[in-house]
Design a protein around this ligand. Structure first.
Ligand code: ADP
Length: 265
């Protein structure tokens, strides 16, 4: 690439044959920087709700002590902030679990249509609150996909939740399971699950970065809809563990389709 590569050169002691060993340090340095950025991001994300909580605790113990109206209002906000911290910690735990070892291939035979049906059912309160319609279209013949049920439920939940959150208000979300087909990139037969929304879409320069931890197109909007910025990073790792791939297609003003392709054989 166009990056500088940093090498560490080691010279063996003089009483041995001279050996120059070159080790690529670039990857190690980048991993170190990413780890520091990650810790800084996590600290910042936790700090914000904590600061709010501390402020309200102080006010409740002082100025608002004898004001029942203020107390109720503040308690509601505190509950929201605590819920936000809980979501963040839950997502961090999920991420660290799925990052652990991507060589492990989950292999239980799964009925993807049944999993998607349960995911859509569980999201009913959010669907109702956003006043959207979620439709499931099944064009497969009940093919079984080797995988981890809990992890695929998490993938589908994140994608459908995002479509609800970032799709058009009052609009619809289409979830489609396609019949298995040869996948040229994966070099095997794969099943495609597509989650389509008809929202504002995502500009192309953002698309390649969406699966980075804490990357958000609009951080204000993400926080307002309860996002942690970790959902798509979790999706990417789970899909990798299943030896599948994630595809994102988007058109400004028209909407976005997130597809995952999972090998079936
Ligand atoms: P978040 O918790 O912020 O939703 P994600 O990792 O799930 O985090 O998504 C990262 C970002 O990608 C979001 O903040 C949003 O800007 C963008 N995004 C995800 N899904 C969609 C979508 N269906 N339409 C438009 N933007 C999306």
């Amino acid at each position: 690439g166009d990056r500088d590569t940093v090498y560490r050169v080691t010279v063996a002691p003089a009483d041995q044959d001279i050996v120059l060993s070159f080790e690529d340090q670039t990857a190690a340095e980048e991993a170190g920087k990413m780890r520091r950025d990650f810790v800084a991001n996590v600290s910042h994300e936790l700090r914000t709700p904590l600061t709010a909580l501390m402020g309200f605790i102080e006010t409740l113990g002082g100025a608002a002590r004898n004001d029942p109206n203020a107390r109720d209002r503040f308690l509601q906000i505190m509950e929201k902030e605590a819920a936000r911290m809980t979501r963040l910690v839950d997502d961090l735990l999920s991420l660290s679990r799925v990052e652990e070892d991507e060589r492990v291939r989950p292999r239980a035979p799964l009925d993807v249509a049944a999993l998607l049906g349960s995911v859509i059912k569980a999201l009913e309160p959010q669907v109702a609150a956003a006043n959207v319609t979620v439709a499931l279209h099944n064009r497969s013949a009940g093919d079984l996909v080797p995988g981890d049920a809990g992890q695929l439920v998490q993938v589908f939940t994140n994608l459908v939740e995002n479509a609800i959150k970032y799709g058009a208000a009052g609009g619809k979300v289409d979830v489609t399971i396609y019949a298995p087909a040869d996948d040229l990139r994966l070099r095997c037969t794969a099943i495609q699950i597509a989650v389509a929304d008809y929202g504002e879409g995502i500009e192309s320069h953002h698309i390649a970065r969406l699966t980075e931890r804490f990357y958000r197109v609009d951080s204000h909007r993400s926080r307002a809809v309860g996002g942690t910025g970790l959902g798509l990073a979790i999706v990417k790792h789970i899909v990798n563990r299943h030896r599948g791939r994630l595809q994102i297609e988007s058109e400004i003003g028209k909407g976005t389709v997130f597809s995952i392709f999972l090998p079936i054989s």
